[in-house]
Design a protein around this ligand. Structure first.
Ligand code: GSH
Length: 215
């Protein structure tokens, strides 16, 4: 039985969970909630910074959410085309996955980290984050003109849903990005994503910048 170590409020845990849920892959969730110190010990030992999620499949341990999805696509495939079979399409999918981790998730995280350190994000940090996120939002808005996956769940949806869910709480997607606003709403309504949202709801009070009263 596969094991996934993570936390229901963690965006990168969602990224792996969405892939597991999309293919109805059986797994045991090992929740990092302080109740089981041995879960933390396992995660700490597995990767350089002890980050989660961590997937364990017998003797195999996989960290980095994108690598977990690659592993699931290869060893536990299901109806959801997590990684396209066509090699060129797969390269494009991996490239867009990097956009969400590097330019959405990381930008948002700067405000969150500052809020954890100081209690709130300074105007200077928030301005820098706003600039980075708005530039990325506009790039995605354009990219969406050529993208249509329908209800399919690939690595792109796994990366996009959690990063856009939380980034919009930090820097609202503006009205001049209607495709992106609609796509975020579409992603949040996909059953594997809405399941993550509901399971995370009890933890919203922990969002360091304060969770808005929506979604
Ligand atoms: N690059 C990693 C990032 C994982 C990450 O940042 N996980 C966060 C939770 S969302 C974490 O482990 N936080 C605890 C820590 O940094 O100690 C991935 O893609 O899996």
């Amino acid at each position: 039985m596969l094991e996934l170590y993570g936390h229901p409020f963690s965006s990168y845990t969602w990224k792996a969970l969405i892939a597991l849920y999309a293919n109805e892959t059986p797994f045991t969730f090992r929740m990092l909630d302080g109740q089981n110190p041995e879960f933390y010990a396992k995660v700490q030992a597995a990767s350089p910074m002890g980050k989660f999620p961590l997937l364990v499949d017998g003797e195999t341990q996989v960290f980095e959410a994108s690598a977990i999805i690659e592993y699931l696509a290869l060893h536990h495939p299901g109806p959801a085309p997590l990684i396209p079979a066509d090699p060129d399409a797969a390269i494009r999918t991996r490239m867009i996955d990097r956009v969400f981790d590097n330019y959405v998730m990381n930008a948002m995280q700067e405000s969150v980290d500052e809020a954890i350190r100081r209690g709130s994000a300074s105007d200077e940090v928030q301005k820098r984050v706003d600039e980075r996120l708005l530039r990325t939002y506009r790039w995605i808005e354009n990219w969406l003109g050529d993208y249509s996956a329908g209800d399919a769940i690939t690595l792109i949806e796994c990366a996009a849903a959690p990063s856009l869910f939380y980034a919009d709480w930090v820097t609202r997607i503006p009205e001049d990005c209607p495709n992106l606003r609609a796509w975020r709403a579409h992603l949040l309504a996909l059953p594997p994503v809405s399941r993550c949202i509901e399971d995370a709801r009890p933890f919203r009070a922990y969002f360091p910048l304060g969770a808005p009263d929506r979604d």
